[in-house]
Structure formats: C-alpha cells, structure tokens
Design a protein. Sequence first.
Length: 383
Amino acid sequence: MTQNNTDKFYQNLPCFSKFSGINEDKNFYEIPNDWFVIITDIKGSTKAIDAGRYKDVNTVGAAAIASVQNAIGDLEYPFVFGGDGATLLLPKVALDKAIRSLAGLKAISEEKFGLGLRVGVVPVTVLDNHHANILVAKYKLIGEKCVAIFRGGGLTEAERLIKGTDEYEVPMGKAEDANIENLSCRWQAIPSTNGRVSSLLVSAKSDNHQETYIKVLTQLDEIFSGNIDLANPVNLGVMSYKSVKQCIQEERMLYSSIFSLKLALRVLEILLSVAIFKYKIPPMFFNPKEYAKSMTTHSDFRKFDDALRMVLDCTHDQIEQLRKYLEILHQEGEIYYGMYESTSALMTCYVQAVSEGNHIHFIDGNDGGYAFAAKQLKGQMNE
C-alpha cells in the first residue's frame, strides 16, 4: 500500500482510558474527508432471529470486521460491531481490498448461511455535503488494545443513505475472495450470573447530547454501585467451550470450500483449542487461564457510535431501575431507547494472537440482543 498523510490517521490517535471520556471533546478528532464509511447489515435479520438463527446473524456481522482486517493487513482502522452488522471506516488506500473481501463475504453469507448481506460504501465527502460530521476517538480496553468511539451524526446519515438507495451498494463477489481467518465462535452462550442479560441502546434526542449521556452514565454508575465493569457478561466462572463437532459444523460455513487447505488447518486448530479449553489439557506455548481471563478486559460490552450501546449482566432490580429511569427521560423528550432481555450473552471472537492486545471479543445479548433493542428504539423514533 502506498501511504499518504491520512492513511494512518486513526492508527496515530491517542487513547483515553475512562469510558466517561465519550463526553469529552478533547478525545475526538474529525475523520479525514478522503476516507470512506462502510456499513454492513443482514437483510431481514428479524425473520432470521425469529427462526432461532441469531448466532448465525452475529457471526456474519462480526465476519465483516475480520474479513476487512485480514484483507488490508496491519493498517489499523476504526469499526464498531452492531449485532446484525458492522460499521467500518477506511482510507482510500485500503478500500479496494476491503470491498473485494466484503463482496466475497456477501457470497458466503447467501450461499452458506442463506442470509442476504447488505454492504454499502459512502465517501465522507458525501456526508460533508449533507452537513453530517463523523468524529472518532479511541477508548482503551487494556494495554494497547483500543476500540473506536463515534459521534457527530455522520454514521446515522450514512446508514440512511445506504438503506435508502442501491446507489452505494457493493455487488456480490466470489466467496473465495473473503478471508475470514482468526474469527471464531467456540464458546457456548454465556449464562447470566445475576439473573438477566440486558442489551441496551440509548440515543439522545435533546439538543445537548453530551449532557444527556452524562446523566445516563451517572445513573448507570449509581445502579451498579460505582463499578459497571462487574456487569460485564464475560464471566470465566460460567463459560464453557463447545465440542469439536459443534466448532467444525459452525466454522466450516465460513469457507468457500470444505476441501480447502485453510479449513483443514482450521480443523487442526479446533482440535487443539477444544483439548485446551474444554478438556483442560495444558499447552506448552501459552497460559490458557491468563488468556481466558483476558477475554473480559478485551470485550466490547460497552461502546458508542452516535448512540450508547451496552450489554449488561443485571439483577431484576437493576433492570427495573434502569428501565424506569430511561422511560422518564424518554417521556421528557430527552432520549430514545431500546432494551431487550435474555438469559445469556453471545461472544464472537477475533483472535489474531493470544497475547494481550491481539484479540477482541464481540458481545451481544442472546436471542435478539441489539437487533431487538434497535427495533424498540426505532419504533420510538417513528412515533
């Protein structure tokens, strides 16, 4: 790749370490106008979820992130996982490779999963013409591992444009062009330890968005006794690994051919992983207990992309407190919100290496999670 002065814009940004920093202007930087917004989502995801296929929906949604990173190499780019899709921002130098891989993922999604995947690309210059800005910040999970935080309204406008016309749609490509290495979904759904898993979306309606989100985060802090990290659904004590058969059945769907060398190597990796994490056979080359513990700090159970997104392990009382507070803010015209309860959380893993900072774990509520929370939020908007 030939580099220019904006290609590593995101890679060179500083990180902030407290989640409340999503409300601090100093942490945010405007996306260069020669970049592009890519939004992917499953068409008819509600129907697939009703048919009990939310794990498939999650897998394809997360696969967009993995396929782009694998296609463009070491170049760091901002993204956010939304349950039934993902949002990604890229410089022009990485665009062609990313689109080719995503076009291949469209073929895999339809041919292997029976799910239609929408992939749309909008230049940031188009959003500028619509007076929609995209500001990005980097929130530190642990060590050097950061996730992107977005605000400014530009992503919302990009989604509206992509879903409103075929003009920005990427045509289907060849399945073999999609590289989804390092994506895995080998952990069983993680049961709630406190009673319920709540998938939460909050979008500020008031003119002073920052003040509104500060109020919501302050209330969350009170409800969870000053430590919302304890509501992270990733809990090693209740997690269990899938069987060899389950892992192979699910992951072979991500490959264009069941006879490929890549899939054969993947099967060997699955056998090793199941031996280590399910049957506790200690390996010589890394500490599986340390890696398993680090999944908590490497998870994206809370994030922000023009709306606050959280997946929280809650008691019944905590859910009721939260719902009552959000409904008051909604009735007062300050927010739109969506909440969906389930008994467990889903975790989809993108593991480039088991060392710190080289893996991330996408978290969603089971049985609908963010998708159904978004449905409630959009229903409030339509009212």
